[in-house]
Design a protein around this ligand. Structure first.
Ligand code: ADP
Length: 372
């Protein structure tokens, strides 16, 4: 080997060893920093072999340092994560990014635990990945209580559906009976019972829809229809039932959509009823419709309480209600928008909101069209 090359290799080796020493120092600093944290922390080398675990890791998993050092986190695997999960995890971390999700793992005693799991690659000064750091935040208690809540909602929803449907049926029979007798007072009471029962049925259906969304079973029954016809009918129904606001329609669409008419109707009803509910002192709401690049775009504008910037995404999450509603007596459970977003998504459309607090909001959604 030429002397010049030998020199080059020597200097490279020296440089690498100084980088490694520096890295070792940095890692040691890191280890001591996470020694006392409440979340379980582990470090692996580039091959996924565990180099370090903190006391919280031992406490959570039941495995001692000795038992896990030199092994892969696989010994804690529950086998409940899909191959897809691992593929996504490795592609993300090898591209240099952090990966975060919820995992279910198994302790040494066989018990399962849920963890909010983040794994982050650690890079050398030259940008190459040398280690991975994993953090598991134990969320078992929260997850189990969520599961119990879901189960309760599901059972309650199914158990309530039959009796409430029967109440509606008997109420209708009574209405026919008192109509024949021309008893106006009884008819007035029965109409009220009917509209309250409708509210209850909607609530039960919404809760059951949330359950379907969770398990990916919200299905669509599609048909071809003129979007405008559906929209006009819904606006007319709202206008008939509301004296406080004028509902103005702007624009029109001649497009036919291949979509689930009832579900799209559900989205429109949710947006319009929210617009009415959250603008109690306004006199009008405006419903826009236009065609854009083979999409129908609908906008429902109100001049009401509006939404803070920080909450614009959160309001599409299940059971989220804006903080500004506290103590103001607006009824609701915070599930309608979540269902609407899911329905729009199932149709490959998009839903979004533009809003300013105290000025009002416009909720938009797009719906791709098939045929004119
Ligand atoms: P609900 O109205 O029953 O609470 P939604 O899921 O329909 O449930 O809406 C979620 C939340 O989004 C509401 O609680 C409210 O805080 C906010 N929101 C929805 N529509 C509007 C609107 N038009 N104006 C202001 N806030 C709104």
């Amino acid at each position: 080997m030429k002397a010049e090359n030998k020199e080059k290799i020597k200097s490279k080796t020296q440089k690498n060893s100084s980088i490694n020493k520096q890295l070792k120092k940095e890692l040691e600093k890191f280890y001591s920093a996470v020694e006392q944290t409440a979340d379980a922390v582990f470090f692996t080398d580039i091959n996924g072999i565990i180099q370090y675990v903190n006391p919280a890791f031992e406490q959570l998993t039941g495995f001692s340092k000795k038992e896990v050092l030199g092994k892969t986190p696989r010994i804690i695997k529950s086998g409940l994560q899909s191959a897809k999960h691992y593929k996504k995890l490795w592609t993300t971390i090898l591209s240099g990014k952090s990966f975060r999700n919820v995992v279910v793992n198994r302790k040494k005693n066989g018990e399962l635990f849920y963890a909010d799991h983040t794994i982050t690659p650690i890079k050398n000064t030259d940008g190459s990945i040398t280690h991975f750091v994993g953090i598991w935040k134990d969320i078992t208690k929260q997850k189990l209580s969520e599961m119990r809540k879901d189960q309760f909602i599901s059972i309650a929803g199914h158990e309530l559906k039959n009796p409430v449907t029967n109440i509606k049926l008997y109420n209708q029979l009574l209405q026919t009976h008192f109509l024949k007798k021309k008893d106006k007072k009884a008819l007035y009471f029965l109409t009220n019972i009917d509209s309250q029962t409708d509210k209850l049925i909607k609530l039960i259906n919404d809760l059951l829809d949330i359950e379907k969304i969770k398990v990916g079973k919200l299905s669509l029954t599609k048909e071809l229809f003129r979007f405008d016809h559906l929209l006009n009918r819904i606006i007319l129904d709202f206008q008939y039932a509301n004296d406080n606001h004028e509902i103005i329609k702007k624009g029109e669409s001649k497009l036919k959509v291949y979509a689930d008419k009832d579900r799209i109707g559900q989205v429109l009803i949710n947006l319009i009823s929210n617009a009415l509910k959250y603008s109690p002192f306004a006199e009008k709401i405006i419903v826009y419709v236009e065609e854009k690049d083979k999409n129908i775009i609908v906008g429902v504008q109100d001049f009401g309480i509006g939404i803070e910037e920080s909450e614009k995404k959160k309001i599409f999450e299940p059971f989220y209600r804006s903080k500004s509603l506290d103590g103001k007596g607006f009824p609701g459970l915070g599930i309608g928008l979540h269902i609407a977003a899911e329905i729009v998504d199932l149709h490959n459309g998009k839903i979004w909101v533009q809003s300013k607090p105290e000025k009002g909001s416009t909720f938009y959604f797009s719906l791709p069209c098939k045929i004119k």
